[in-house]
Design a protein around this ligand. Structure first.
Ligand code: TXA
Ligand code: MG
Length: 343
């Protein structure tokens, strides 16, 4: 299949993309988090194409994207009051809510669950495309399954050219890591995936928030989990990622001792001088964690090469968006961490 490239600047792009979606096609769309691979979320056949293009296991459900918060009424029922308060505060934006699902949503979209994940993204062209298509748009991250999410149209082209109908180029994504997912179907709100909306911001609205164990540890692949996507290998380049924790100088000394030809270092900008001769890539500034979120997936993609054996990675500490960066890097590393006392 030939993949059409559409610029977000072109006034005809929204119409063209919406037409493709209405006819059951696949269109990669820019969002403020990462690029999404969109299809009509109410059309089971269109949704099946997403799984095929990504090579995604079919037990991993998709997020439905809406043009405006009220549109979740068509797909969710009942909607708790907390959901409206979260929507008011964070939508449009990088927050996904898991809610009870209406029977009209195809099982392929929800992977047979009786809940559905919903999000209203911030990027104007994408909201306009959803509005014109007239249906909620199912969209996972627009990467081949298991690879880092795509944060530029070029990444999408690399993974998806020839496999999808069109790519809308809206430039690099702002946040750089996927949305925060919060499950509101239980008695207490539960964080399933950290992202651009921080746990602190969520607690401010919902009060109590449980952090699901899929966020902090490796989940067995046969386990029954609340966020099915969490049990799969994720974000992983071909080489082995090892997180080296601890203070800057001590970690650098350890990495320099372990480093062999064919290895690489993924570090903070501030640390580049410590890794001369060690093939370092900086993904952002430790002093500005938003830059780390913004640069992480692009850096992991650059390092996704057969000739790189081990990637020694430095990971930010603390809350806020650093918490989301930590989560993605730990998953990329299969939760392999060398702690300070092991240095
Ligand atoms: O920022 C984002 O959320 C991006 C952009 C494109 O919106 N999308 C994204 O989709 O990251 P995806 O499919 O790569 O990740 C969605 C995650 C998966 O881990 C999936 O298992 C989980 O959401 N999920 C979807 N529906 C769910 C449900 N009903 N209950 C629990 N988890 C669900
Ligand atoms: Mg994904």
């Amino acid at each position: 299949m030939e993949t059409l490239f559409l610029s977000a600047q072109d006034p005809q792009t929204a119409e063209k993309a919406a037409e493709i979606l209405k006819h059951g096609g696949l269109v990669a769309l820019p969002t403020e988090t990462v690029y999404g691979l969109g299809a009509n979320g109410l059309d089971g056949d269109a949704v099946l194409k997403i799984f095929e293009a990504k090579g995604r296991p079919q037990d991993n459900p998709l997020i439905l994207h809406v043009a405006q918060p009220e549109d979740i009424r068509e797909i969710c029922d009942p909607i708790p009051e907390t959901a409206w308060r979260l929507a008011e505060r964070f939508w449009p934006g990088p927050l996904t809510m898991v809610l009870p699902c209406r029977p009209s949503v195809p099982r392929r979209t929800t992977a047979g669950l009786d809940t559905v994940a919903v999000r209203c993204p911030r990027t104007p062209i994408t909201r306009e495309i959803i509005r014109l298509s007239g249906v909620p748009i199912a969209a996972p991250s627009a990467n081949r399954s298991g690879k880092p999410s795509t944060t530029t149209a070029e990444h999408v082209r690399h993974d998806m050219e020839g496999r999808i109908d069109a790519i809308v180029d809206g430039g690099p994504c702002d946040v750089g890591v996927e949305s925060t997912i919060v499950d509101l179907t239980g008695p207490v709100a539960r964080l399933l995936r950290p992202g651009g909306v921080t746990p602190e911001q969520l607690r401010d609205v919902v009060g109590e928030l449980i952090v699901d164990k899929a966020v902090t540890s490796q989940i067995d692949k046969d386990a029954v989990v609340r966020a099915p996507g969490m049990k799969y290998k994720h974000y992983a380049p071909q080489g082995e990622v090892k997180i080296i924790a601890g203070p800057r100088e001590k970690a650098a000394a350890y990495i320099r001792r372990q480093f062999q030809d064919g290895d690489a270092v993924l570090c903070f900008e501030e640390e580049l001088p410590l890794y001369e001769g060690c093939n370092p890539t900086a993904y952002g500034k430790e002093s500005d964690t938003a830059t780390l979120a913004h640069g992480l997936f692009a850096a992991l993609r650059d390092l996704d090469r057969a000739d790189i054996r081990v990637i020694f990675a430095r990971c930010p500490e603390g809350g806020g968006v650093a918490y989301a960066v930590q989560n993605r890097l730990r998953k990329a590393a299969g939760f392999q961490i060398v702690t300070e006392d092991q240095l």
